[in-house]
Design a protein around this ligand. Sequence first.
Ligand code: ATP
Length: 316
Amino acid sequence: MKPIILEAFAKINLYLEIIGDRPDGYHELVMILQSIDLADQIEITPNSTDDIRIECAHPQVPLDKTNIAYRAAKLMASEFSDAFVKHGGLNITIHKHIPVAAGLAGGSANAAAVLVGVNLLWNLGLTQIELEELGATLGSDVPFCVAGGTVIATGRGEQLSPLPSLDNIYIVLGKYRSLAVSTAWAYTTYRQQFGNSYIKDTQDLAARAAAVHSGPMVKAISHKDALEIAQQLHNDLERVVLPTHPQVLQLRELFASTGVLGTMMSGSGPSVFALCESKQQAEHVKHLVRETISDQDLELFVTRTHTHGIQVVSSS
Ligand code: ATP
């Protein structure tokens, strides 16, 4: 049987506000998530065994049961055990292009691709909503990675409400290869430093989420106005990551000095992105940053906003 090949897109956070604590230990968030066309390719091949095997050449990606793509396949195998018995195990090859531990949801995108791919390979007929619900049990960003586009996410990030899609806004993005920020560390540190200001009352939490939904960033997105969007970029986690990672702060300041529309760290970092007027500006800014920071540890990408979630490239 031929493999199924899928594209799994990274995300950036146009907006990330931490509004409170949750009884399950996570944070109550309001985020605006945006797919970008920086993507991993996921190849899923039935292997006629009862094993799930992960292959990936990237040194920071685990090949064992801790790989979230493996966990996604295991979840499908246990939820749909008859189909697993009928179709057998899978080889999952991850061609990694999304920087790892970067705040770009690379692992979550891989898991989303496995859910979508296995649904097709095993003819399960699951809807997108059903795949998102399965994804939420693997990680908060997985439902968004299934859906893609431009979305407002609440709860711990798994409750999605679509926004008008943004196409072709050019972005330049930088990430130091050797720098990784643990998402858990960033949120725990934020709680230690700023937990006193969290909203406690459930109704007030809902009101804050509603205020963001009717606020200036969502309006800017509705107008598809890149400059207005750039002026509304926000990420609470910058308050803990930038002071502890001077390289990230330096990169952000450098982007800002080049005349981009706006710049921000994505998720828990350490990726920093800048919204640009055009592809030419994004290429120019990449060039300027490379001239100032010649350190090859800094990876730079020109990418753009993307309107879809997981895409099937080829299937049998
Ligand atoms: P998020 O934005 O969802 O917090 P991230 O972009 O910060 O995610 P990932 O690239 O998903 O982070 O990687 C986080 C950690 O997960 C890595 O340190 C890596 O060891 C582990 N990991 C497990 N599976 C994968 C995978 N398929 N791809 C990348 N990393 C993975």
